[in-house]
Design a binder for this molecule. Sequence first.
Ligand code: FUB
Length: 308
Amino acid sequence: KMTWRALGLAAAVALCAPALAGAPISPRFNADPSPHYFAGKFYLYATNDQDNSGKYWDSTDWRLFSSKDMKTWTDDGSFLSVAVFKWARPDAKAWAPEAAQRNGKYYFYAPVGGDKIGVAVADHPQGPFTDARGDALIDKARDANAGDEPIDPAVLIDDDGQAYLMFGTRVPKIVRLQPDMIHTAGPIENLAVTGLPASDKKKVYGEAPFLHKRNGLYYFSFSTGWPGQIVYATSKNPMGPYEYRGVILDYLDISTNHQAIIEHEGKSYLFYHDKLLPGGDSIRRSIAIEPISYAADGSIEQVRPANA
Ligand code: FUB
């Protein structure tokens, strides 16, 4: 049954009106936002829920959106498939992606099949991307301490040029990247989070690691599980340990969540997904954006989407 709220949102999206805070960025299903400001434009790399069966997260390609202002988004379509990685099983699922810019190139990090993370490279943010290595960047069968499910890559390039890759389900992993962005440097380590409230057994690491830096402080955000709150912890060291700070986004009526935070012209924004589109559910998700505010002590004020 379509509610008046869903009808209103659908109308706003269909008319391509500038997206309101918390409204879906597109009338097409999409999830797992990886937003970036590259070469004067916003690019949003996403899991392509539009192409999944509706029974599972089983799409095998990724979707790209672009925007000049984060309000009106152009759907650049399905821009890359797991087939770019010749070593991937043809039916490998294409889940939460990440992108990074360095060396005049654009790097695309992607979980492939739940047990490997691949990296592709392009001269332009929209591609065309080609496999950067010929094998996986992270491979559960090959790499010590890659964990049970190396998915959900997230990359931070620090001010000193050191790049970090985070990933993983149930245990968050972090590893340094070489300056070429396509090889790891050093061991894969488990990220420690201290101070999680013992009174809340659900407040544990689930998936969707994301790292951003503000005023010299590293913010590690993640989803607590299925369903998940988006919570965060901070550290003065990117490798941790991180101290739990609080909730960014409470549980939504959906089995997964996955966030990214970007800063642009002094303002910060939370990208996340919900099931706001007509026909939406835990598998057919929709990305939305909300502004974020920081308190004077650096803590993030909880986001309360008007549409949730
Ligand atoms: O889109 C498939 C999976 O759902 C992602 O890898 C997770 O982060 C969750 O959002």
